[in-house]
Design a protein around this ligand. Structure first.
Ligand code: NI
Length: 139
């Protein structure tokens, strides 16, 4: 990791956005509208509650969605933590020196109002997502 990483959210792979979101609503979370992201092949719903980390629910939007393989391997589960950075390329370069591998190159994310995201993997950390500031979530 590096100190430049600011925690943003935990991403969960889910089968049914509405079913999962309503369970969180029972716990006092507010849910956003569902955002379709054709670039990432996902449908996204944000869950927020004061004093709690932001939760991102991701459901597969089609057969090519990366969410499908997560669901096959481990079922509904958290599978990435996301961090905000000032500049994606600088952060990726710093993390590569710590044996993180870029698994998904920078692309705009609809659920972040067009801010760019990328994904990296480290065998002792797992999957992380980086989002470039301002990283405003679409609620
Ligand atoms: Ni995410």
């Amino acid at each position: 990791m590096t100190e430049a990483l600011k925690f943003h959210h935990i991403g969960f792979a889910v089968r049914d956005l509405d079913a999962t979101a309503s369970l969180y609503e029972n716990g006092g979370y507010r849910r956003s509208a569902v955002v379709f992201d054709p670039i990432q092949h996902v449908n996204v719903c944000w869950l927020t509650r004061e004093g709690a980390p932001i939760i991102e629910l991701l459901a597969a939007a089609d057969e090519d969605s990366p969410v499908n393989s997560i669901l096959e391997k481990v079922g509904v589960s958290p599978y990435h933590c996301c961090y905000v950075v000032d500049r994606l390329e600088d952060a990726v370069e710093a993390l590569r020196k710590q044996k993180y591998t870029l698994v998904k190159r920078a692309a705009e994310a609809v659920a972040f109002n067009g801010s760019r995201v990328c994904f990296l993997f480290n065998r002792n950390i797992g999957l992380i997502e980086l989002v470039e500031a301002p990283a405003e979530i679409v609620l």
